[in-house]
Design a protein around this ligand. Sequence first.
Ligand SMILES: O=C(CO)[C@@H](O)[C@H](O)COP(=O)(O)O
Ligand SMILES: [Fe+2]
Length: 217
Amino acid sequence: MIAPSILSADFANLAAEADAVRGSDWLHVDVMDAHFVPNLTLGLPVVQSLLGATDIPIDCHLMIEDPARWAPPYAEAGAHNVTFHAEATDDPTAVARDIRAAGAKAGLSIKPGTALDPYLDILSSFDTLLVMSVEPGFGGQSFIPDVLDKVRTLRRRIDTDGLRILVEIDGGINADTIEQAAEAGVDCFVAGSAVYGADDPAGAVSALRAQAARARG
Ligand SMILES: O=C(CO)[C@@H](O)[C@H](O)COP(=O)(O)O
Ligand SMILES: [Fe+2]
């Protein structure tokens, strides 16, 4: 699955930018609050408008403080996935329960320096585990290959225990990096600059998907 990140799109033309990646599996929306990360992007009103402007399922990546308070409204609005950061809460399973109760899939995200181990025994509380492959906050950064060890561990645990959870990777995914991520066991690839920086964004999505599928085998 490929999820273009609109962080690299033209924010004045979001409906057209969503249309430019029709055929994508999810549309990834980076919500940043200038507290959890040193950048500010958009919030619930823009997500509500986007939901009315596209049929592509919206994948919200909340890089915000206090997800217990702010995450459920994105689910109530109709987002397909609502993913929050493990580093932003002491009770990730409670946040996930509220997101699911509000009608969305629940995702947990971990920064490159955050260990996976504390979360391995609570994976069933989530529908998606998003492994960050750059420091959250900005698009266009270089992929950090060390995080693939966490992807491999996650893949093994999911397959061994028969869990129904998708592994998503976010940051620096492009034609040079997607194959190693696919081989490690990623299911869903977020790509911002590699898609919206291309002359043909929808073509870039198809090419990345085909490349990942070949590498996954
Ligand atoms: O969450 C983030 C950044 O914090 C990402 O979703 C980026 O938007 C991905 O952009 P590229 O690294 O693909 O350019
Ligand atoms: Fe993201």
